[in-house]
Design a protein around this ligand. Structure first.
Ligand SMILES: Nc1ncnc2c1ncn2[C@@H]1O[C@H](COP(=O)(O)OP(=O)(O)OP(=O)(O)O)[C@@H](O)[C@H]1O
Ligand SMILES: [Mg+2]
Length: 281
């Protein structure tokens, strides 16, 4: 089982959209996927239709018990794609966590014991953009951190400063058995402006060092209306846009490249059960 936490210390960049679509694609590729909504604003919990529509329990139960009970998991209408929903509209969970000495480890331990490792191949955790105990807990639970960076100057700066500060804050986890997860940055929502291209080149110069803790993925997720449309229709974007005309790659193609880069063992596997010839792991 591998846990990806989608995190960056900036709001509105596309964390939830990326978590939902990557999770749905991996589920369509045949992996058993658990989405965890660790944001008090329950956007991921509302992203796809659920079955049954109302979860019995969710993240509060997981964090307070320190384990994932079957009742905390809700199925989405898509096969293989399950969810631990955010169920804390009044935002009590961050305060509860603050009072716990093991606050950084509760989610990590809950996901690494009990039913999750045997029932799922992949866990994807969506995080709040704001720094706080819930974001820390989600980051500490990661095997790999995935950070979407929009190529705007403020986002790029925020990534450099905010993310580095977050990682430095969590560094002491190493001594307690939670080694720092590698960070895979993905250029996200790139538009076709010269400004965006310049910023991407700057980010690449700074982070394109594959052997360091932070590395830049080759896949770029463009700014495209398919992602918004799919969110409105509540379907995975790779199902919504399989092909497109023009030079911009389809969401089907972009999301596959991203999944293959994050999980090289899946290279060549397609969401419809076929395999791409000539692409091997
Ligand atoms: N590739 C894309 N192209 C165009 N728009 C996108 C793309 N991905 C996401 N969006 C849109 O960007 C907006 C913000 O996305 P999202 O809610 O996923 O961000 P977030 O980082 O989770 O925000 P928050 O910090 O508030 O949780 C949404 O309107 C979403 O539809
Ligand atoms: Mg979000």
């Amino acid at each position: 089982m591998i846990t990806f936490t989608i995190a960056i210390t900036k709001g509105g960049v596309g964390k939830t959209t990326l978590t939902a679509n990557l999770g749905a694609l991996l589920a369509d590729m045949g992996l058993r996927v658990l989405l965890v909504d660790a944001d008090v604003q329950p956007s991921l919990s509302k992203y796809f239709p659920l079955s049954p529509p109302q979860p019995v329990a969710g993240l509060t139960d997981v964090i307070v018990r320190g384990e994932v009970a079957a009742a905390s998991i809700t199925q989405t209408v898509f096969p293989n794609l399950h969810l631990v929903a955010s169920d804390d509209p009044e935002g009590r969970l961050p305060n509860w966590l603050l009072g716990r000495i093991d606050r950084g480890f509760r989610l990590r331990h809950a996901l690494r014991a009990g039913l999750v490792p045997s029932a799922y191949d992949c866990v994807l955790i969506d995080t709040p953009g704001a720094i706080g105990p819930l974001q820390d807990a989600a980051v500490m639970a990661a095997d790999v951190l995935v950070s979407p960076i929009t190529p705007e100057i403020l986002s790029a700066r925020e990534f450099r400063d905010g993310m580095m500060e977050l990682l430095a804050r969590l560094e002491p986890g190493s001594a307690l058995g939670a080694p720092p997860a590698p960070v895979k940055a993905v250029i996200y929502r790139q538009d076709r402006t010269a400004d965006a291209r310049l910023i991407v080149a700057g980010i690449a110069r700074e982070f394109d060092r594959p052997h360091e803790r932070v590395s830049l993925l080759k896949t770029v997720v463009p700014h495209a209306k398919a992602y918004k449309e799919a969110a409105t229709l509540r379907v995975p974007v790779h199902q919504h846009e399989r092909r497109r005309e023009g030079t911009m790659p389809s969401a089907w193609s972009v999301m596959h490249c991203l999944a293959w880069e994050l999980m090289p063992s899946l290279r060549g596997v397609l969401a419809d059960g076929r395999r791409v010839q000539g692409v091997s792991s």
